[in-house]
Design a protein around this ligand. Structure first.
Ligand code: SF4
Length: 492
């Protein structure tokens, strides 16, 4: 199996992060060009109502326009001012520095050579700062307008391969007296250095083909003799042919969102997206130690907190746990009351931890069975954490059959013709993908009415360990067992 190594740093650079953060404070705006070169980010912004245009003339008079991290030429700024547009400038400070250097060379009367891709908007923005900019090829061509030995200024697109910049400056020096402000930005250089230093045999760059810095990272990998892959979507990641790759370094361009990076790495490492756990054995654990069953539940709650952290560290996006079944109401009243107040106490106490670790809390089960106090605590926590992507789902007063019956009744009330897809919409958490792996502790070999609909194709892992004794090593054994399985889902 291919070993996966994460190369650091990777992912969003400060310039792109700032541009996205700035854009997200706005509504009803136009973006001139792609705000950043990544289709996932652009898709998210489009869903929020952002409109993308290729020319300043496409922005209606009086509207608000965002200039992307790549910057714009002075001509565009003047046109925006003349049209009374409200401008939100998200130009990266590194790009602005290159503009300033090009302007300074031009002010001093020096011809300016720009290293980079003339079709890239960053190059075009810089070119707008000087009267007659030259490309590297034009400056060295036999038809160059520059006299041999002429003094000239050189700047570079921020996302170039640093080695290419050095080589091209050296080439220009063979014919001209070069003053240079050409350097790639720190974020680009650090990512390229990590790829150069990586000792494995292949590098996967996660990023769009439209992203110059992502393409450069792949070029750098190839230039150092490694196999280089570039993937911008999960479909492309799934289609990778890693045959013969012993160690794969994974990095991402400066405009690639962490969400995509995490999904891709989880897929490559065969880590399940959704783990569900039947936490069994609290009572037996307490009995074995001569303690009250409530002590077992408290120890189990402590283990659960740890497991939530361990799952987060492994990139597992959804963790669902079976905390209290519809059948558990038959237990002695004292134990049930103790459990319900333990739930309320723990959820209140852990509220800030959920927020700090950016975990969305959700409950599945029959809410009407819960006390108003516990329900209020649950719903307050759900509201407070609703914006987070990683999810922790607790099944309380839950039964798989009860969920199916509740969903069927809801579907009948809605008058929906039933298919597997329409039925799914009436489950307690219809947006949550089915569990990939269900773990059951304490040696019992039953599903016990847990996620009956959702676990149709889940892999199961059973262990004799009682839930309070469940360890990080046991979790890793379960994940390794999952990773070794070939999930056919009815196929071949
Ligand atoms: S890659 Fe560099 S120049 Fe481009 S936005 Fe990021 S920090 Fe700025």
């Amino acid at each position: 199996m291919t070993r996966i190594e994460i190369l650091e740093p990777h992912g969003l650079c400060a310039g792109v992060n700032a541009a996205i953060a700035k854009a997200l404070t706005l509504r009803d705006v136009y973006c001139l060009h792609a705000l950043v070169h990544n289709e996932i980010v652009i898709g998210d912004l489009k869903a929020l109502g952002f409109r993308f245009v290729d020319g300043i003339e496409d922005v209606p008079d009086g509207a608000t326009v965002v200039f992307s991290a790549h910057g714009v030429s002075p001509r565009v700024r003047e046109a925006a001012a003349a049209r009374h547009l409200t401008v939100v400038d998200a130009t990266c400070p590194y790009v602005a520095k290159v503009h300033a250097a090009a302007r300074d060379f031009a002010r001093r009367g020096l011809p300016v050579v720009i290293l980079g891709d003339p079709d890239h908007v960053e190059f075009q923005g810089i070119a707008g700062e000087v009267p007659a900019p030259l490309t590297f090829a034009e400056a060295l061509s036999p038809a160059s307008p520059l006299a041999e030995g002429a003094r000239l200024g050189v700047v570079a697109q921020t996302t170039m391969n640093a080695d290419d910049v050095a080589r091209q400056v050296a080439d220009l020096r063979t014919r001209y007296a070069v003053e240079t402000a050409a350097e790639v930005c720190r974020a680009t250089k650090e990512r390229q250095d990590a790829v150069r230093a990586f000792a494995g045999d292949a590098v996967l760059v996660l990023g769009s083909r439209t992203s110059a810095n992502s393409r450069r990272l792949a070029d750098v990998a190839a230039a150092t003799g490694k196999r280089a892959f570039l993937a911008g979507t999960m479909d492309e990641v799934r289609a990778l042919d890693l045959a013969g790759v012993a160690t794969l370094g994974v990095t991402s361009g400066a405009s690639t969102p962490e969400r995509f990076f995490a999904d891709a790495v989880r897929f490559l490492k065969h880590v399940p997206q959704h783990v569900a756990i039947i936490m069994d054995g609290n009572g037996r654990w307490a009995t074995q130690r001569g303690k009250a069953r409530g002590e077992g539940h408290k120890a189990g709650a402590k283990t659960l907190g740890d497991v939530l952290d361990w799952c987060g560290a492994r990139g597992i996006r959804y963790l669902t746990v079976y905390a209290f079944s519809t059948e558990n109401w038959k237990r002695p009243k004292e134990e049930v009351d103790g459990l319900m107040s333990l739930f309320a106490r723990i959820l209140k106490a852990k509220e800030s931890r959920f927020v700090e670790s950016e975990v969305r809390f959700r409950m599945v089960g029959r809410r009407g069975d819960l006390s108003p106090n516990l329900l209020a605590v649950i719903e307050a926590l759900e509201a407070k954490t609703a914006r987070f992507e990683r999810q922790f789902i607790v099944a309380i007063s839950y039964g798989g059959r009860a969920e199916i019956v509740d969903a069927a009744n809801a579907a009948i009330r809605a008058g929906e013709p039933l298919t597997e897809e329409t039925f799914r919409r009436f489950l307690y958490a219809p947006d949550v993908p089915d569990p990939d792996l269900v773990i059951r502790t304490s040696g019992e070999l039953r599903t016990s009415n847990f996620l009956l609909w959702e676990s149709a194709y889940s892999e199961y892992y059973f262990t004799d360990t009682l839930w309070p004794d469940f360890t990080e090593a046991e979790l890793d054994r379960a994940l390794a067992s999952y990773a070794a399985r070939h999930r056919r889902k009815g196929g071949v």
